[in-house]
Design a protein around this ligand. Structure first.
Ligand code: ACO
Length: 399
């Protein structure tokens, strides 16, 4: 790779690269991907080892601070996050102003944006203490906001966080607990969700992370940058694909259309129909995260006592696609979103919450990138060029 930033400036050359297919926007030491080999590492550690042995919070520390934490560091980090889970009561009322039909991703991005109104005095991007405080607040409060978005959509009361519980158990209780009875912890559920969150924690310069960096490059605070990242994640070509996969599977099931017929329609690009959860800009091999999610799907559904025909349908779809020349030639494989929805559904989350779960997973990566960008003296405001294709100068008509 070559650094064209000074070269193009001197020569007056402009590189046109729709979708930034060949353009690196930054140097980064956080995540390594080899798309041809299907390799993903956070700070050098293979994703398979982290998913097997670590926890969401430990990986969050790793991404943000660059090394695995000691037991003391992790304990203090966990404790600090637990202390920041409460939302201001006024912010809780903010949810009542929104319709119960609101998509939880819109609720999430709006509420995160609103967070900066409460903590304006500690959100100076140039002040390391402010950045540290904002990091803790976001990690602590995003899951609470997410659970309230869920409760709001089903018309149930919000619970206060129970900070004696672990990060994931607290989140599950806020989603599925109620005021009438104690919440019973299911270790299968907690372990499975923690593992899925780890798999989503970072993925270098994807659309939402690039958005966080672009917004952050203007000097905007972390809340504003993360809120923008959530909006970028919302789209069905990015994080929204997990919701779209389940909708696609349900449509195939309800219509009675055969899987082979559906795949034919995808290949013929009928009405722009795509095989959601398939294909990736970087992976031209099986997405290593998808491999791990697929392995989990059977075990988690069995552990939760759920038998969902949509899982069989997804497997049939994958099988047919992987043997088909259209997908082979274009090197299209299942991505992380292909099997996650079936697991989230078995856990009891409504489809519209799936991308919200992705956002909680991705938050540490967004924060790590924002902080890396702010600490890098080479950072400049992100400002792409364009090739103008409009009219030449013309005169406004005399009237
Ligand atoms: N179904 C059918 N055809 C596809 C699919 C798909 N899912 N993905 C790509 N293709 C085809 C394209 O139509 C194109 O075909 P052509 O050469 O005949 O024109 C070819 O494969 C290359 O695809 P591009 O769109 O150029 O690939 P790009 O890198 O721009 O897009 C993307 C990647 C957006 C992920 C795409 O594969 C897609 O839309 N997938 C479905 C949505 C999805 O699952 N998104 C989640 C991605 S992972 C994540 O963000 C967490």
């Amino acid at each position: 790779s070559i650094d064209v930033s000074s070269l193009t400036k001197q020569s007056g050359l402009t590189a046109l690269d729709y979708g930034f297919v060949n353009t690196a926007s930054t140097r980064s030491a956080i995540t390594y991907i080899d798309g041809n080999e299907g390799i993903l590492r956070y700070r050098g550690y293979p994703i398979e080892q982290l998913a097997q042995n670590s926890t969401y919070l430990e990986v969050a520390w790793l991404l943000i601070y660059g090394e695995l934490p000691t037991a003391d560091e992790l304990g203090a980090f966990d404790e600090r996050i637990r202390r920041h889970t409460l939302l201001h009561e006024d912010l809780k009322r903010f949810f009542s102003a929104l319709p119960h039909t609101a998509h939880p991703m819109s609720v999430l991005s709006s509420a995160v944006s609103a967070l900066s109104t409460y903590y304006e005095d500690t959100s100076d991007p140039e002040n390391p203490d402010h950045v540290e405080m904002t990091t803790m607040r976001l990690l602590a409060k995003l899951p609470v906001i997410a659970a309230y978005a869920h409760k709001k959509s089903v018309g149930q009361a919000f619970l206060y966080p129970d900070n004696s519980l672990s990060f994931v158990d607290n989140f599950l209780r806020l989603n599925f607990g109620n005021l009438a009875e104690p919440y019973e912890i299911d270790p299968t559920l907690s372990k499975a969700l923690d593992r899925l969150l780890i798999l989503h924690e970072d993925h270098e310069q994807n659309a939402s992370t690039s958005t966080v960096r672009l917004v952050g490059s203007t000097g905007a605070n972390l809340y504003a940058s993360i809120s923008a990242g959530i909006n970028a994640l919302y789209g069905p070509l990015h994080g929204g694909a997990n919701e779209a996969v389940l909708q696609m599977l349900a449509r195939i099931q309800d219509s009675g259309e055969s899987v082979a017929k559906f795949v034919e329609r995808v290949k013929n690009k009928e009405d722009g129909v795509k095989l959601m959860g398939f294909g990736h800009r970087v992976y031209k091999n099986y997405d290593p995260r998808a491999k791990l999610v697929k392995e989990s799907a059977d075990a988690v559904l069995a552990g939760l006592g759920v038998n969902d025909p949509l899982l069989d349908l997804a497997k049939e779809l994958e099988q047919i696609a992987l043997e088909d020349d259209y997908f082979k030639e274009r090197r299209l494989y299942p991505n992380v979103d292909f099997y996650t929805g079936v697991i989230y559904k078995a856990m009891g989350f409504p489809t519209r919450m799936f991308t919200v779960l992705f956002a909680i997973g991705r938050l540490p990566g967004w924060i790590a990138h924002w902080r890396e960008m702010n600490a890098d003296p080479a950072t400049k405001i992100g400002r792409p060029q364009q090739l103008y294709t409009g009219a030449g100068e013309r005169q406004f008509p005399q009237r």
